[in-house]
Every structure is written in C-alpha cells, then in structure tokens.
Design a protein around this ligand. Structure first.
Ligand code: DGJ
Length: 459
C-alpha cells in the first residue's frame, strides 16, 4: 500500500513536472536564440562602427574625391618658381559652384550632432561637417581655442562668432563679417558642446571702440591666472583693412564671462596680426604673434597677471612668412604648427620645435599623414588655430583647424584631427648635426575618428 501510494506519487509528480520542464526548456532555447541574435546584432553594429573608426595613428590613404577641372600643381614646384600664390586646386575649392567646394562643405543629414547622434555615433568626429551644439544650432567658435578649467572640470571653447552676413568693406577688401563677439561653449567630453553665449560682446554704437562691429576681432584665446583668479582673453584686434594690427586684452572672474574689454596695443611697437597665447607648466605665459608684414613671428613673455607683454621678446622664424601659430608642449619640448599666408585660402602647414620656448625654433616640415598629396598640401583644406592636449593621454593632442568659407564665413567648418608626437622628423634640424633633437609631429587624416574611450569618459 505504502509502496503503491509511494509509486504513484513520483509519477503524478513527474506528470506535473514534465510540462514545467518542457516550458523552461523552450524558454531557455528562446533566451539563447535571443542572446545569439543580440550578440550578432552587437557584433554587426560594433564592426560597422569599427569599420568607419580607424585607429587614430593608422595611416588612412584616400583618393581625391572629385575630378579636378584644372591640373593640380605640387606646392614645392610652385615654391621653387618663387610664387606665393594659392594652388589651382585651392582656387577651384574657393569657387562655390565647383565640385571641389561641394565635396569639402558637405550639406546633409549626417552632421556632428549631439542631440540626434545615436549611441553608435556618439563621440565621432567628422572633419568638415556641420557641428551642432546641444541646442541643435551650428557652433560659432571660429579661430578659437579650448581652456580646461580645473575648478569646474569643464572644457570651454572660445572662438569668433561669425553669425552675420559676409561682405567686402570695399572692392579690394577681404571678405568679412561684422564683429558679433567671442562665443563660449562648454563640454565635459570635447564632443557635445553647450552654448554659454557671447562672453565678449562687439560694440554696436561707439565707432571709436576697438570692438566696433565694423572692425576685426580674430583668434581669441583664454588662459587662467592662478594668482589673480582671473580668466584672461587675448585676441587680434584690427580695422577692416588689417592696418591697425594690434592685440586686445579682456578679463573675467568666470570662464563663462562676461569678459571686460581692457585695451589694445601694438606689442613692442610692432604689428601684430595672427596670434596665440600659451601657458607653460611653471605658470609663465607667452604671446606669439605674426609681425612685420607677417614675414616673422615674435614671442614674448606676459607679465605675471597676464594682462600685458614684458619687454622680453624674440623674433623667430624670420623671413618664413608664417601665420596662425598654435603652440603646445610634449615631453619637455615645445612644438608649434603654423600656416602660410594666403588670406582665407588654405595652404601648407608646418611643424616647428624648440627646447626653449624663446627659441631658437626649428622647422620640422609638413606634419600631415594620410589622405593624399593635395590634402597634405592644403592642411586638409583648413588652417590651424589651436593644439589641445588630451587629458590623461600624454603625447596625444587634438589639432583644431578652421575650414574657412570666404563666400559665407559663418558656415566655415571645423577640422579636428588627432596629433601625436613620436618617431623621427622628416627634416633634420639646422643645429642638430644630423642627430634628430626632436620627435616627429604627425597629424593623421581621418574621414571619421574618435578619441580613445578613456579620454572622453568624464564622470
Ligand atoms: C588669415 C588669418 O589666419 C585669418 O585669421 C584671417 O585674418 C584671414 N587671414 C583674413 O584674410
């Protein structure tokens, strides 16, 4: 009896158990199938992203994307003939209706867009595409630079707001936009930028003010003074014909302004056009500016408050005609990227190096890698403005450049590319006796790229 009852129980139990086991088995199979599907999907998406995002120091060769109407002439040949003109390919690039122009000012659905950038597109840099801020509006920060503010652990990008009509002040004048002011954008990840507004305003009424809208305000840069607790902005101030050629200084208690405009002057009584400032590890800061008809650069130490230049000035890269200086430091050595002098038209950039910031400065040659000969000769159709060290990754920098659009300057684009320091330079330094004193500066062309994850994961 007991046996019978006992023998029944497991059977009935077994009967109740089997459907449950069968159900779980089916569930497990479905779960596994779903997991495999998810895995395949994940692999597919990440491979797709990987396919477009190459390693930052991988050389990405690329054929020139369109057929040229005129023959392309190597700039070295042009230089040997003693010409300081733009290349035919650049002339074509500047014609709004040309295929070259369209290729380098892409319009369209995919932009650097932090609002609508899906997860697989986050942190991707597309040099030359319209870059939207977190309000979905094109970023207006041309000829700019980035300050990392340790107090707020935030990056601030300052630049020229060119959101106005492009016109010529007179027949022979350069293309220009009236001064709006200096814009500021903030970011934690160097990719999505929030508009903090115009932190230094142009002047509407007072015709005699340096920043009257009819004048020129270019290449603003900001550094922080630890002693005074002030954020100090330096900029190129000029008249519409670029004859005043002065520097302007402003300061603020906050990185997001408002900045108070202080004064302008010709440093050391010299012309000063394209410029930048650089704050060294020891807290000393420097002004570097193009002078003497842009034929040479001058470098000078700033006073301790960063509000003026000292008399300690050196002339560097004399008779080299360099503009758009962007200075940075790597492994105790100073480096600088400069452009040639061809107005808004792109030309060939050069890297320079020095063991002492005051010089002598040596030329290392063209830093560009990848793309094609035309890209490398035209700074990828852009002009440098700043070199930004990537936090936590020594030897890795972002080369920030402007792809100017002289027919509509407000639609000028940003070209941000990875820059590394390492390996042998292309040209032996003048005083090196064939021993390379410097490392090679390399700026890598990429259609699309992103920083190593470590650097943009700011918590
Ligand atoms: C080249 C400079 O680098 C720019 O900042 C601007 O001044 C243009 N010239 C104006 O033609």
């Amino acid at each position: 009896m007991a046996m019978g009852a006992g023998s029944k129980q497991p059977r009935s139990l077994a009967i109740r158990w089997y459907p449950a086991r069968h159900g779980s088995f089916t569930l497990i199979v479905w779960c596994l199938a779903a997991l495999v599907m998810l895995l395949i999907l994940h692999l597919f998406i990440s491979r797709k992203v990987e396919q477009i995002v190459r390693g930052i120091d991988e050389v990405e060769e690329e054929a020139f994307p369109v057929k040229l109407a005129r023959s392309w002439r190597n700039p070295r040949v042009a230089r040997r003939k003693g010409e300081h003109r733009t290349l035919p390919v650049v002339d074509e690039f500047l014609v709004e209706s040309s295929a070259v122009h369209h290729a380098f000012f892409p319009e369209g659905e995919v932009t650097m867009d932090p609002v609508n950038g899906g997860n697989d597109r986050r942190y991707l840099y597309y040099p030359g595409r319209v870059w939207l801020d977190t309000d979905g509006k094109p970023i207006q920060a041309h000829g700019g630079g980035v300050l990392y503010d340790e107090k707020s652990e935030t990056y601030f990008w300052y630049g020229e707001n060119k959101d106005g009509k492009t016109y010529k002040a007179h027949d022979k004048g350069p293309d220009r936009v009236d001064i709006v002011g200096v814009s500021c954008y903030s970011s934690k990840d160097l990719w999505s930028w929030t508009n903090q507004g115009v932190v230094l305003q142009g002047e509407e009424k007072n015709l005699f003010h340096d920043l009257h809208k009819s004048n020129v305000l270019e290449r603003p840069k900001v550094i922080y003074n630890n002693r005074t607790g002030k954020y100090v902005m330096w900029m190129h101030t000029d008249d519409a014909n670029y004859t005043k050629s002065s520097i302007g200084v402003a300061s603020s208690d906050s990185p997001t302004g408002p900045f108070t405009y202080l004064y302008s002057k010709r440093p050391h009584n010299c012309e000063s056009r394209d410029m930048t400032i650089f704050k060294d590890d020891d807290g000393k800061a420097y002004l570097i500016y193009s002078s003497k008809g842009n034929s040479e650069l001058h470098i000078a130490r700033l006073t301790d408050e960063y509000l003026d230049v000292t008399d300690d000035m050196r002339r560097i890269l004399v008779a080299r005609y360099r503009e758009a200086p962007a200075l940075f430091k790597s492994g105790g050595t100073y480096y600088m990227i400069t452009s040639g002098c061809t107005g808004w038209a792109p030309n060939t950039a050069k890297a320079h190096a020095a063991t002492s910031i005051m010089g002598p400065w040596e030329t290392l040659g063209n830093p560009f890698v990848g793309g094609n000969e035309i890209y490398r000769s035209t700074t990828f159709f852009s002009q440098g403005t700043f070199v930004l060290p990537v936090a936590g990754l020594p030897g890795l920098f972002i080369f920030m450049a402007d792809r100017w659009k002289p027919s509509d300057l407000r639609d000028s684009r940003y070209v941000w590319l990875p820059l590394t320091v390492g390996g042998l330079p292309d040209e032996a330094a003048d005083y090196s006796f064939m021993f390379p004193l410097w490392s090679r500066v390399s700026i890598y062309w990429h259609k699309v790229w992103r920083l190593p994850e470590k650097s943009y994961r700011v918590t």
